[in-house]
Ligand binder design. Structure first.
Ligand code: GRF
Length: 189
């Protein structure tokens, strides 16, 4: 069994979708949620789904305390699902090519520091883009720069609001993210 830890800073709809997807899996298990935001909706989802949750702060992230918790829980893969902090060197080094993130745009467009959530969708609309999409990629020490694993796109029409764009993206995220995680985890068994 491969154990996943999911990091989230926000609502956690992707985290919940991933738990549902692997609920009956004999090969992949969502063992832990980790959160850095006391206001995050993912906290309630963890309770509802009965997934152990670890709250942490920046010093714990930088000091190696988070890596220790992951190792104590035999975590094999780290999944970032709406997690907003840059992943520090000690975590990247402890999980080489074993950290996967989802970004709500077609990287390298609309990526980098400060480009997350509604900021991305507002930029897509402001730029009059005719398409946007999702990117699933490996994580290194730089925002949104790790090797791309998967992308899917959707059309953006002139009347779309940032909320419309976000909604179209979420449909693709919930469909593809669990499937891509499963493929990568089982391929690198
Ligand atoms: C998603 O749009 C994801 O692409 C981005 O953050 C959002 C998280 O949404 N990185 P949720 O918290 O999983 O609902």
């Amino acid at each position: 069994m491969k154990n996943l830890a999911i990091f989230a800073s926000g609502s956690g709809s992707n985290a919940e979708r991933i738990v549902e997807y692997f609920a009956t899996s004999q090969e992949v298990n969502v063992k832990l949620f980790l959160c850095n935001n006391p206001e995050a909706g993912v906290i309630q989802r963890a309770e509802k789904l009965q997934i152990p949750l670890v709250m942490f702060d920046r010093p714990a992230f930088k000091s190696g305390a988070v890596v220790k918790i992951l190792q104590e829980n035999q975590i094999d893969w780290v999944i970032l699902a709406g997690f907003l902090w840059l992943v520090p060197k000690n975590v990247v080094e402890a999980f080489p090519n074993k950290i996967i993130n989802i970004h709500p745009a077609l990287l390298p467009k609309f990526g980098g520091k400060g480009m997350y959530g509604h900021f991305v969708h507002e930029a897509v609309v402001e730029n009059k883009e005719t398409e946007s999409g999702i990117t699933i990629h490996f994580v290194n020490e730089h925002y949104d720069e790790g090797a791309v694993i998967f992308q899917a796109s959707y059309p953006v029409i002139p009347t779309d609001t940032p909320e419309d764009v976000a909604a179209k993206g979420q449909v693709l995220e919930h469909k593809h993210f669990p499937e891509v995680i499963e493929k990568i985890v089982l391929e690198n068994n």
